[in-house]
Structure formats: C-alpha cells, structure tokens
Write a protein that binds this ligand. Structure first.
Ligand code: IMP
Ligand code: MG
Length: 181
C-alpha cells in the first residue's frame, strides 16, 4: 500500500526491469571477479537486487560494505563525511565497483572513491541507482546509472527521510514539492 503522502516515481516493476538491464551493462564492462563495495545504509536494497542480477549475468563478485556518515536527519549534505564502518576485504589491486543509492553533490562518492584508490585499488568504478546530475558540487560521474532522478527529495527502495520509508518497494516523492522543470 502506498502511504498517502508518497507519490510513486519509479514503480517496483520499472525498477526490476532496469536493474536487470543494468547488471548486463556492468557484466559487459567489468572484471567478473570484482569487489562490490555497497555504501550503507541507502544502497542495501539496490545492492541486494543488483548482485542477484549480476549472478544471472554471469558475474562472480565479492561484496563488502562501507558505512559513511552523511545527512543525519536533514535533507542537505553537510559536506563533512566520516567512516562509520570500514570495508574489511582486501582492496589493493582489486577492480572495485562502489554502489550507492543516489549521486547528488557527489561528496559521498568522491570521498569513497579517493579513499579506495589511496588504498591501492586497481580501478574504482561507480554504480548508482539514481543520479541527480544537475546537483553536483564536486566533479564525479557514475559509470553506471539506474535512473536519472528529478530534483526532488525521493524515498523508498532503501532511500530514507529521517530514517523512514526505506522499506517501500518503489521510489516516491513525499508531499507536494515544487517541480524542477
Ligand atoms: P551526495 O554526497 O550529496 O552525493 O549525497 C549522497 C547521499 O545523500 C546519498 O547516499 C543519500 O543518502 C543522500 N540523498 C541525496 N539525495 C537524496 C534524496 O532525494 N533522498 C534520500 N536521500 C538522498
Ligand atoms: Mg546514503
């Protein structure tokens, strides 16, 4: 059931179809024995769906997790990022794919990418479920993108607002927000 204050932007069916295709795009371009690093908490739903599609696409990845502090309960990036829980697998000389729920200012992913390259990763690619490409504050682009996202605060499929809504099986917009276009 859809909460009355949430308007669906990407349905569960649209998401499943896109993740299926996205996994094939990744499998065609990346070392099949790569290390996936999922940034928590937001990417846990996307990562869980993606790794099973990557399996169907013939890949044999390992998966590790990196928890970074970001927004807290606000909807604006503070710009200050800290490692809350670090990766435990070996990164040196590995082909790594960073997975996140959404790329907005780019601060979170730029921080994570630099950190893994500094630790000797052979290559670090970036895969995001959603891309707010007009909101970038630092120069970083994703190599793989699920959907372009309008300039609205979105929730569901792992994305939260004040730690709620992560369980929604679709992506939606909360309340009445001004149109970006
Ligand atoms: P960035 O560092 O500004 O690119 O922000 C990335 C992080 O901000 C994501 O991992 C999300 O946790 C959060 N974020 C950005 N936009 C949204 C949104 O529309 N809904 C929920 N979380 C968001
Ligand atoms: Mg996040």
């Amino acid at each position: 059931m859809t909460p009355s204050d949430v308007k669906v932007l990407f349905s569960a069916e649209e998401i499943a179809a896109r993740v299926h295709v996205l996994a094939r795009e990744i499998a065609a371009a990346v070392d099949h024995n790569c290390l996936l690093v999922a940034i928590l908490k937001g990417s846990f739903v996307f990562s869980a769906d993606l790794i099973r599609e990557l399996h169907d696409a013939g890949m044999r990845p390992q998966i590790d997790f990196l928890t970074l502090s970001s927004y807290g309960e606000a909807t604006q990036s503070s710009g200050h990022i800290e490692v809350v829980h670090d990766v435990t697998d070996r990164v040196r000389a590995r082909a790594v794919i960073l997975i996140d729920d959404i790329l907005e200012s780019g601060r979170t992913l730029a921080y994570a990418k630099t950190m893994l390259l500094d630790r000797g990763a052979e290559a670090v690619r970036v895969c995001v479920f959603l891309d707010k490409r007009h909101k970038r504050k630092v120069p970083i682009e994703a190599d793989f993108v699920g959907f372009e996202c309008p300039d609205k605060f979105v929730v569901g499929y792992g994305l939260d607002h004040a730690h709620y809504y992560r369980e929604l099986p679709y992506v939606g917009v909360i309340g009445d927000q001004p149109r970006a276009d």
